[in-house]
Design a protein around this ligand. Structure first.
Ligand SMILES: C[S@@+](CC[C@H](N)C(=O)[O-])C[C@H]1O[C@@H](n2cnc3c(N)ncnc32)[C@H](O)[C@@H]1O
Length: 269
């Protein structure tokens, strides 16, 4: 028996195909365990705030036709809180604070990320969501939400298609959490890039994937003249040249002299 197990083990080690299959299986199991833990964290958030954000919803049950639902990745589920905060903190540290930024959640579902973003000092927070049923829940969540550490009170959930969304003026951090299939992701990115090829105001687009950002393939390749600004296993940040400059300068805008002594780093939740 032990010999048989050893032979099977050895054949897996020798065969790259079998090894990749086993690694995939293991990664999927680990992901499911992590997702279960995140489900409990999401439910605890709702219990604490009296909101409705945790439960998954099939897009076809929220007013989206079957074809559009397929382009929109079929189901609503919220981004993991820890991943959201890690992404925002990474950008916040690089841009020197969010006070002049609008946060946009592209495919905002029930508005969970609008609520989490309101714990940062954004100028304004906007969500764009095409499922009427989810948008209605987001409106209720935004109206109901209150937290002692809330830093932004201007939260605007909008009903509409991300492919027609007009970026707000000024600096923007836009986030996409697994909202579209690859082709639609590429179209959504191109639509944003066309609106702000460059200009003075930075536009960052943060793509989040709770498994591996590489799943999106080439769809997140920054369309010229945009740049890939940062990449980790679960996150890709792209943006216009103004965003790349702001990232590289660590928050000091070219036209400004910032007195380090008077520029307190933004404190995050
Ligand atoms: C995975 S959910 C993420 C929800 C939200 N960002 C969060 O993390 O809580 C993706 C959302 O994108 C929405 N979506 C998909 N395609 C869209 C489109 N073309 N326009 C607007 N919203 C879209 C879906 O309805 C869904 O609510």
């Amino acid at each position: 028996m032990l010999g048989r197990i050893a032979r099977i083990g050895a054949s897996f080690i020798r065969s790259p195909g079998k090894r990749a299959w086993a690694e995939d299986k293991l990664a999927w199991k680990l992901f499911q365990l992590r997702q279960r833990r995140q489900d409990r964290i999401n439910a605890a958030f709702d219990a604490r705030h009296g909101t409705d954000t945790a439960a998954e919803v099939a897009l076809t049950e929220a007013g989206v036709g079957a074809d559009d639902a397929a382009r929109g990745n079929i189901v609503y589920r919220p981004l993991w809180e820890s991943n959201f905060h890690a992404g925002l903190r990474a950008i916040e540290a690089k841009v020197g604070g969010f006070e002049d930024f609008t946060f946009v959640d592209i495919g905002s579902g029930k508005g969970k990320l609008l609520l989490l973003a309101s714990l940062y000092p954004f100028r304004r927070i906007v969500g764009i969501e095409y499922a009427e049923g989810l948008h209605a829940v987001a409106e209720r969540n935004v109206a109901h939400f209150a937290a002692p550490n809330q830093r932004c009170k201007t939260l605007v959930p909008m009903l509409g298609d991300a492919l027609a969304f007009q970026l707000p003026p000024g600096p923007v951090v836009a986030l996409i959490f697994n909202a579209f299939d690859r082709e639609t992701t590429a179209r959504a990115i191109a639509h944003l890039a066309r609106q702000r090829p460059d200009g003075a105001a930075p536009v960052f687009v943060v793509y989040e994937n709770v498994r591996r950002a590489a799943e999106i393939g080439a769809a997140l390749n920054a369309p010229a003249p945009w740049h890939t600004i940062a990449q980790t296993r679960r996150r890709i940040v792209i943006g216009n040249a103004a965003a790349a400059r702001r990232w590289q300068s660590g928050g000091r805008r070219a036209s400004e002299t910032i007195d380090a002594a008077t520029t307190a780093p933004a404190t995050s939740p």
